[in-house]
Ligand binder design. Structure first.
Ligand SMILES: Nc1ncnc2c1ncn2[C@@H]1O[C@H](COP(=O)(O)OP(=O)(O)O)[C@@H](O)[C@H]1O
Ligand SMILES: [Mg+2]
Length: 436
């Protein structure tokens, strides 16, 4: 029985659509708009407070207002911490571009469509604003993740929203003292440091730098720290690679750091921020802003503590104002190439896995002085040869050949790596890679 009422047969979304046609579009006739399905996170009230990321086209989110809308019951959801979360209704979201002065209004409509509380959310978006809107929506999702505080690392400014870290701290091979110093520093900050900072009336914000030539395991250390931190129940935020790409319109902009700090502050959990390639953020236009953050002049620091672990392959690109000035970077760890046979052997065993045989030990002395990434490559290269040739085991000869091949490749390419080892004199001198 349809009782002759056409709306009785309509889906909630059709009713909403009718409202858009009769109430919104007539007032926005000059704009070519599209109707989009939108993510729950865009009506998650509590994430907007901290929204700061700049959007493509230089747009910023200015805020939202509720519109009168007869077809949606204005309703709030709340969580058990007495916070309002999702809001239902019709809203206008305002964005503006500082440089051009352009203003954009988006209609967002959110409603439950069943008594079970399922939501339908749609947005009327000008075609020209589509890209900016999708970024905005993506960032709302990230913020929502940070809030929910699951086993993922929240990514700022990358393609994916999050990832689950899998590297174990035990798998990182470093001089023992250095390794325990790093983990002690990180864990002591969260367990004891916060109180000390507070007693001294300082913001609980600590900044570490891992510096070293490429391939020594800095990224690996970050991943292992991320896994460790998540196990402790902390929020982990990864500021994605500094390079501009199709999926990342920002590149190494200060805005990403700012946004990461906001997410950390907003999460209300102890937070670990991983910032790779710190040097890439120190370009002329924005250096002052980064210094400002490192100085702690950023209002949104999380009371539960924020630890920034940054990395660089080019410590010389980080000027003295940062490296030497007390307080800007609290501690710098130099991550070295392998220094002792014991560590080289540990890595070789780790990467050869079951294929390892004691005779492979003979290669170990030659590996000292190389970064971990090189040792891993030697193992991977050898293992692929075993697989390609259907061999049952890896002979020492084949392993050595892998080493020589890779070494020759590096030398022939006059690789950046070898130049740096020589230029910095940072190897222990025992088994330095040759430089042509
Ligand atoms: N110290 C190390 N211990 C164990 N493996 C290492 C180490 N350094 C490098 N590796 C291996 O080389 C890979 C690349 O190293 P990476 O962490 O990207 O170096 P970096 O970030 O310093 O350039 C790692 O994923 C790991 O497999
Ligand atoms: Mg790296």
């Amino acid at each position: 029985m349809f009782c002759g009422d056409p709306t009785a047969q309509s889906l909630k979304i059709d009713v909403m659509r009718q409202w858009v046609d009769s109430e919104w579009l007539p007032k926005h006739q000059d704009t070519d708009s599209i109707l989009l399905w939108a993510a729950d996170a865009v009506v998650k009230d509590d994430i907007f407070e901290r929204y700061s990321l700049a959007l493509p086209g230089g747009f910023r989110f200015d805020g939202w207002d509720r519109l009168d809308c007869a077809v949606i019951t204005p309703l709030y959801k709340h969580d058990w911490a007495q916070k309002l979360t999702h809001r239902m209704g019709a809203f206008v979201y305002r964005f503006s571009a500082l440089e051009t002065g352009e203003k954009v209004e988006i209609l967002v409509m959110a409603s439950h469509y069943s008594d079970a509380g399922h939501m339908v959310i749609m947005a009327v978006v000008p075609r020209t604003f589509f890209q900016a809107w999708t970024v905005f929506e993506g960032e709302c999702n990230r913020l929502a993740y940070a809030l929910e505080h699951g086993p993922q690392v929240v990514i700022i400014g990358g393609h994916a929203n999050s990832f689950v870290p899998t590297v174990n701290w035990e798998d990182v091979v470093l001089p023992e003292k250095l390794k325990s110093d790093i983990l002690d520093d990180v864990s002591a900050f969260f367990t004891k440091g916060i109180d000390v900072y507070k007693r001294l009336k300082l913001k609980p914000f600590r900044k570490l730098l891992l510096a070293g030539v490429p391939g020594t395991g800095k990224t690996m250390i970050c991943s292992a720290l991320a896994k460790w931190a998540i196990e402790q129940g902390y929020v982990v935020i990864y500021v994605s690679s500094a390079h501009k790409g199709a999926n990342d319109p920002y590149g190494s902009t200060f805005n990403k750091i700012e946004h990461a700090l906001s997410v950390a502050a907003y999460s209300q959990y102890p937070s670990l921020i991983l910032l790779e390639e710190l040097d890439a953020y120190l370009h002329a236009e924005e250096k002052a802003l980064v210094l400002n953050v490192l100085d702690g002049n950023e209002s949104s620091i999380n009371g539960k503590g924020t630890l920034l672990v940054s990395t660089t392959n080019y410590p010389e690109a980080i000027d003295e104002r940062i490296l030497k000035r007390p307080g800007r970077l609290d501690r710098i760890f130099i991550i070295p190439e392998t220094r002792v046979q014991e560590d080289a052997e540990k890595m070789l065993r780790q990467y050869l896995g079951e294929v390892w045989r004691d005779e492979h030990k003979a290669l170990v002395p030659k590996l000292v002085g190389y970064p971990g990434a090189f040792i891993r490559e030697v193992a991977v290269y050898a293992l692929t040869q075993v697989a390609y040739d259907n061999l049952t085991e890896l002979s020492y000869k084949l392993l050595e050949r892998s080493f020589t091949n890779l070494k020759d490749q590096i030398d022939a390419r006059d690789d950046f790596l070898t130049q740096r080892v020589a230029a910095n004199g940072s190897s222990n001198g025992k088994h330095e890679p040759e430089v042509i």
